[in-house]
Design a protein around this ligand. Structure first.
Ligand SMILES: N[C@@H]1[C@@H](O)[C@H](O)[C@@H](COP(=O)(O)O)O[C@@H]1O
Length: 260
C-alpha cells in the first residue's frame, strides 16, 4: 500500500495521470468509477485532458461501484445519472459502455448476479477509484460487511444516511435505506485500487484503513491484502497517521518513472 499525502488538486492530477497512462497503454481498459464528492476533481481533470490533449474513452468500459435501490431513473442522485453528469457526458465515452448495478430491477438479487457476470466478461477492472465513508465503508460496504462479499443488496447505516443527506436537501429520511453494492471481494479483484480521501471527517477511517488491524469493523481495511493500492490523502485526512513521516519520505524518494 502506498500512501501519498498532498493537496487535493495535486492528488486528483496524480489519479488522472494514472488513468490516462492506462488508457493510452490499452484504450479498451476497464475503469471502476466511484460517486460521492471525493473523485470529483479527478473527473474534472480527466475531462480537461480529454478536451485539451485528446485523451479518448471511446473504447473503454466503466463500472460503477454501487447504486441506491428504488430511486427513479430521473432522480438527480441516482448514481448512474450522477456519473453521466459529472463525467461521461463530457467525454467521447459511449453511454452504454458505462454501467452500474440496477437499483430498479424487478429482481435485485438477479441484477447483482448479472452485474458480477458483466464485470467478469469485461475481463475485470483495471483501475478502481474509491472514496471512503467516515465509518470506513468503501462503495456501500458498511461495517461488518463480509470481507469476501460479492455484489448484493445492503442496508445503509444511520451514519451513512446522515453523511449523504447533503445530497438530498439535508434530510436523512430522503436517503434511500437500501442499495446495491459491489462486495469487498468484488472490489479487491480490481488490479489497481486508488482511494482518495480529504478532510478531517475521514481522519479515523483513513488511519484504520492504512494502519489498523484488518477487520470487518472497518471494511476498507481489506485493502491491506491487495498487492497494488494507492491511498491519496490531504493533510486533514492524514492527520492521525502514525507513520506519516515515513510515507512522505518514501514518496519523496520514489523514482518518477515508477508512477503510482
Ligand atoms: N457510496 C458512496 C461511496 O462510494 C463514497 O466513497 C462515500 C464517501 O463519499 P464522499 O466522497 O462524498 O465523502 O459515500 C458514499 O456512501
Amino acid at each position: 500500500m502506498e500512501v501519498v499525502i498532498g493537496v487535493a488538486d495535486d492528488l486528483a492530477v496524480l489519479a488522472a495521470e494514472t488513468i490516462e497512462a492506462q488508457l493510452r497503454r490499452r484504450p479498451e481498459s476497464v475503469l471502476g468509477l466511484a460517486t460521492g464528492s471525493s473523485p470529483l476533481k479527478v473527473y474534472e481533470e480527466l475531462i480537461r485532458r480529454h478536451r485539451e490533449t485528446g485523451l479518448s474513452f471511446s473504447r473503454a468500459r466503466g463500472f460503477l461501484l454501487d447504486e441506491y435501490v428504488g430511486l427513479p431513473a430521473e432522480h438527480p442522485q441516482r448514481y448512474r445519472r450522477v456519473i453521466a453528469e459529472k463525467l461521461v457526458d463530457h467525454l467521447d465515452w459511449p453511454a452504454d459502455q458505462v454501467v452500474g448495478p440496477d437499483g430498479l430491477a424487478e429482481s435485485l438479487p438477479r441484477a447483482c448476479t448479472e452485474y458480477e457476470e458483466a464485470i467478469a466478461e469485461a475481463g475485470g477492472v483495471d483501475i478502481q477509484l474509491l472514496g471512503i465513508g467516515s465509518d470506513g465503508h468503501i462503495a456501500f460496504n458498511e461495517p461488518m460487511s463480509s470481507l469476501t462479499s460479492r455484489t448484493r443488496v445492503k442496508s445503509l447505516t444511520r451514519q451513512t444516511r446522515q453523511d449523504n443527506a447533503r445530497f438530498f436537501g439535508g434530510n436523512p429520511a430522503l436517503v434511500p435505506g437500501h442499495c446495491l453494492t459491489q462486495g469487498l471481494g468484488t472490489i479487491t479483484e480490481a488490479r489497481h485500487l486508488i482511494l482518495l480521501a480529504t478532510g478531517s471527517e475521514k481522519t479515523e477511517a483513513v488511519h484504520q484503513l492504512v494502519e489498523g488491524p484488518v477487520s470487518a469493523r472497518w471494511p476498507a481495511t481489506i485493502m491491506q491484502h491487495h498487492p497494488h493500492v494507492t491511498v491519496l490523502v490531504d493533510e486533514g485526512a492524514a492527520s492521525h497517521l502514525e507513520f506519516a513521516d515515513y510515507y512522505r519520505q518514501t514518496y519523496a524518494s520514489k523514482p518518477a518513472w515508477q508512477g503510482l
